[in-house]
Design a protein around this ligand. Structure first.
Ligand code: ADP
Length: 487
């Protein structure tokens, strides 16, 4: 197994126009290991000047460079090669994300990296299958459409799945022939930089993919507001999504936003209870609860409530929380002190609101940002802990005894990212799948993902879809061509 000492962490620079460069200001910032609170390395800090340089490189590569003119099948080959190089470097990439984010190595190895590879493979398959249509129109005309890339795309990603979020954004954008400036989250810049290097090694021409780490209000804001960026794709909090939407209005750039959630996970008495308990565990404790589609509102039917909460709290209390590099660890560290404090603040709020703390509710250990898996029972859907996104390992259990009422309560949220239903009643499952206002509905499952299946939100969870054929729509635009066949 690879250890920290085997990973060659390079002094982080910006990756612009196929080269490693310092930021123009010369500034750097530290990226920390949240499990130890130690500095891993320092990284060049991009700001608006560096974003300008990166956008200029991406524009040049788009207008005059080879990428859009590259044969679609050759674009596909490069994406395949990127997938192959990620596979070859998978241990290093998994460990880098574990060190930078604090998530267990077992998860980066078994969930993040395979999904990243799949994402590049899947979009490699699309690159040469993106085409227009011929349309029967009135009159002596031949009409057809071309599906063209949008142009220079800005991508701003969060810290919870650093490499996977980069893959979800980069792979479809490249398949469609766009050029990219990507800003990773300031907490977790390392794998995005390494991916830039891998893409270059795979033969991606200079300027097609530029990676500029930096802070949100400086580098991120400069990218979102840039007059020469054609589209911005963002994943992160709803608050920042709002700011980005405003900034994007300056030049009316296209936007897609994948934002927060407060997803209902609904367990009926007629479900396979043990599977549902496992699903509730994954729903809230996977990735330390730092998941936008986390099942943070757990609705439990009254008749099984006692049994369910007992089973769940026993499992939660025995979770192995600790060193993320240890293969036996089930839950690692929260990404930052800021996030850690915010979660502990919500735990205090839950106690003050009168929710019943069943297990957890405190930090774990003396060093590192570890929090025990936390279950609040007797939660009311109107409490703050049931309304606001906590983005941590804290679940709010709410009891119900009526199907229509639980759907109404489940939908009573400004968010609509995901929902899950646990039942053996096939009619009820399909009926509720229609009635729940969410971009993803899982039936007898939680956190199932595939590069081929669309992901995105209803309501204030955002708009636009990532993954699947749907992502191609947001990275292309349609041109209608008319040919006069008359005299
Ligand atoms: P969090 O507050 O949990 O870090 P954010 O939504 O603020 O979540 O962060 C997600 C991404 O958005 C990060 O890459 C961050 O740097 C970026 N970001 C934050 N603020 C802004 C902003 N004002 N404009 C553009 N990007 C931003």
């Amino acid at each position: 197994m690879m250890t920290k000492n085997d990973v060659k962490i390079k002094p982080g620079k910006l990756f612009i126009n196929g080269r490693w460069v310092d930021s123009v200001s010369g500034k750097t910032f530290d990226t920390l290991n949240p499990a130890t609170e130690d500095v891993i390395t320092s990284v060049a800090e991009g700001d608006s000047t560096d974003i300008d340089l990166a956008v200029t490189a991406a524009r040049e590569a788009f207008e005059n460079g080879p990428w859009e003119k590259t044969d679609a099948r050759d674009r596909s080959r490069i994406l395949l090669k990127i997938a192959g190089l990620i596979e070859r470097n998978k241990d290093e990439l998994a460990l880098l994300d574990t060190l930078d984010n604090g998530k267990p190595i077992n998860e980066t190895t078994k969930a993040d990296i395979p999904l990243v590879i799949d994402c590049f493979l899947y979009y490699a398959g699309w690159a040469d299958k993106i085409h227009g249509e011929t349309i029967p129109v009135r009159g002596e005309f031949f009409n057809y459409t071309l599906r063209e890339p949008v142009g220079v795309v800005g991508q701003i990603i969060p810290w919870n799945f650093p490499l996977l979020m980069a893959a979800w954004k980069i792979a479809p954008a490249l398949a469609c022939g766009n050029t990219i400036v990507l800003k990773p989250a300031e907490q977790t810049p390392l794998t995005a930089l390494r991916l830039g290097e891998i893409c270059h090694e795979a033969g991606l021409p200079d300027g097609v993919l530029n990676i500029v780490p930096g802070y949100g209000p400086t580098a991120g804001a400069a990218l979102a507001g840039h007059m020469d960026v054609d589209k911005i794709a963002f994943t992160g909090s709803s608050a920042t999504g709002r700011i980005i939407m405003q900034a994007a209005s300056k030049n009316l750039k296209r936007i897609s936003l994948e934002l927060g959630g407060k997803s209902p996970n609904i367990v009926f008495a007629d479900s396979d209870i043990d599977s549902a308990v496992d699903g509730a565990m994954t729903g809230i404790f996977f990735n330390q609860g730092e998941v936008c589609c986390a099942g943070s509102r757990l609705f439990i039917e009254k008749s099984i409530h006692g049994e369910f909460v007992d089973k769940l709290s026993n499992k939660a209390a025995s979770m192995r929380v600790g060193n993320p590099e240890d293969t036996g660890t089930q839950m690692g560290a929260q990404v930052s002190k800021e996030q850690f404090d915010k979660i502990l603040g919500y735990i205090d709020t839950g106690k003050q609101e009168g929710a019943k703390l069943v297990t957890g509710g405190e930090r774990c250990g003396e060093k590192g940002y570890f929090i025990r898996p936390t279950i609040f029972d007797a939660v009311d859907n109107n409490m703050k802990i049931a309304k606001e996104e906590i983005f941590g390992p804290v679940v709010s259990a709410i009891t119900f005894d009526d199907v229509d009422e639980v759907v109404r309560q489940g939908n009573l949220s400004v968010y609509g990212l995901a929902a899950a239903i646990w039942t053996m009643d096939i009619k009820k499952a399909h009926r509720l799948a229609r009635e729940l206002k969410a971009g993803t509905v899982w039936i007898n499952a939680y956190n199932a993902f595939d590069a081929a299946s669309p992901f995105g939100g209803f309501k204030q969870s955002g708009f636009g879809r990532e993954l699947g054929v749907h992502a191609l729509e947001s990275y292309t635009q349609i041109k209608s061509v008319w040919i006069n066949l008359g005299s």
